[in-house]
Write a protein that binds this ligand. Structure first.
Ligand code: FA5
Length: 344
């Protein structure tokens, strides 16, 4: 057995010396035959000798022998490629295959969509405000005219952190924060995350984005609200988008409305549509004229000023803008989906 092991080591060395002398196809073939020829190649002879070893000795020596064989074959292949030169290598490359594009990443589709919304409002002279995601009960509810224990609070499935702190359920608290520190005229939007204890489904998420809007000045009327929202939605979707204002209730606006657009997923043609339930309309925002009690809470005189406010669901609106049947796709982070929105 030791004799065979010595031989394997010896051939490894002599092969390296022989390989170093290879300079053309002929000398390469000679070295190959010397070691690998099926009749009298050095390695072929060693493999035959393997059979003479005791069965328990064979695996170890067999392994080294195979290692040497792989080494010699690999080295000879490299030598052949080195001698072939670039033209031969090019022949092996399929130039008709499409190139591999490197993907650099891109902002999230909801972020891009939010920017589109912001740009439309910036163009109308609105400015952008921010507010905290963790709110007090006062800003999320009380200052917005929800008295403690009022049943209207049940419409907002709230995640409480303590008795007084909560994850904001809407962006409306920013209305109060802005009116507390600034006096009219006010014309702002506030985009941001909101949270509700809800089970996800095609049109509901427990964490989603809203854009709040607030305008306060002398003589602001419902006509201003309607005209602004119509202009906004037509710019965001298209001139042809069908819009519907429906009477509704919010404690902080009076009168209040919810705004629906036609379901762009089925365009009202499918009775089984999972998105609009066959009704053909989908709600995307709540709105109304700022309630006089809210003005009083922030020391703005409701006799002198009036205003409107709205709160738009960004994810829900994006779903209809891109005709996506399920809002959850935005957050599953399947790159095949996400990359379709990437900035080019
Ligand atoms: C509100 O949150 C009010 N703050 C809106 C408002 C603001 C009214 C200012 C008046 C004045 P609502 O709960 O309806 O209202 O939500 C507003 C929008 O957020 C909905 O129209 C919808 O587009 C989106 N939305 C609501 N719940 C969800 C949810 N679970 N998942 C995704 N989007 C939602």
């Amino acid at each position: 057995m030791n004799h065979l092991k010595d031989k394997i080591e010896e051939y490894r060395k002599t092969f390296d010396e022989d390989a170093a002398r290879v300079k053309d196809e002929k000398s390469l073939q000679e070295v190959r035959n010397l070691y690998l020829s099926r009749k009298r190649g050095y390695l072929t002879l060693l493999f035959e000798k393997l059979k003479t070893l005791k069965p328990e000795e064979r695996p170890e020596v067999g392994k080294s022998l195979n290692g040497l064989k792989n080494y010699i074959q690999g080295r000879l292949q490299n030598l052949r490629e080195e001698m072939a030169g670039p033209e031969e290598t090019l022949k092996k490359v399929d130039l008709t295959l499409p190139g591999r594009k490197r993907y650099w990443g891109s902002p999230h589709p909801i972020h891009l969509f939010q920017q589109e919304i912001e740009n439309i409002f910036l163009g109308m002279g609105f400015s952008i405000e921010e507010g905290p995601e963790i709110e007090t009960d006062y800003y999320n509810f009380e200052a917005l005219n929800f008295p403690p224990h009022h049943p209207a609070r049940d419409d907002w499935d709230t995640l409480y952190i303590s008795d007084d702190l909560l994850l904001r359920t809407h962006t409306s608290p920013v209305q109060i924060r802005v009116m507390e520190k600034r006096k009219p005229p006010i014309r702002i939007i506030n985009p941001g995350k909101v949270f509700r204890k809800e089970s996800p489904d095609p049109t509901h998420l427990p964490m989603f984005y809203q854009v709040e809007g607030l305008v306060v000045d002398h003589g602001i009327s419902f006509a201003h609200l309607k005209g602004t929202l119509e202009y906004f939605l037509k710019t965001l979707f298209s001139e042809k988008i069908k819009i519907r204002f429906r009477p509704s209730f919010f404690p902080f606006t009076e009168p209040s409305a919810e705004v629906d657009i036609e379901c762009t997923v089925c365009t009202g043609k499918s009775k089984e549509c999972r998105v609009c339930g066959g009704g053909g309309w989908v709600e995307i925002l709540g709105a109304g004229m700022v309630d006089p009690q809210v003005f009083k809470n922030v020391n703005i005189d409701p006799e002198k000023y009036s205003g409107y406010a709205f709160g738009l669901g960004v994810d829900r609106t994006a779903m209809f803008a891109y005709q996506i049947p399920d809002m959850r796709y935005f957050y599953e982070n399947d790159l095949r989906f996400i990359r379709q929105f990437a900035l080019k």
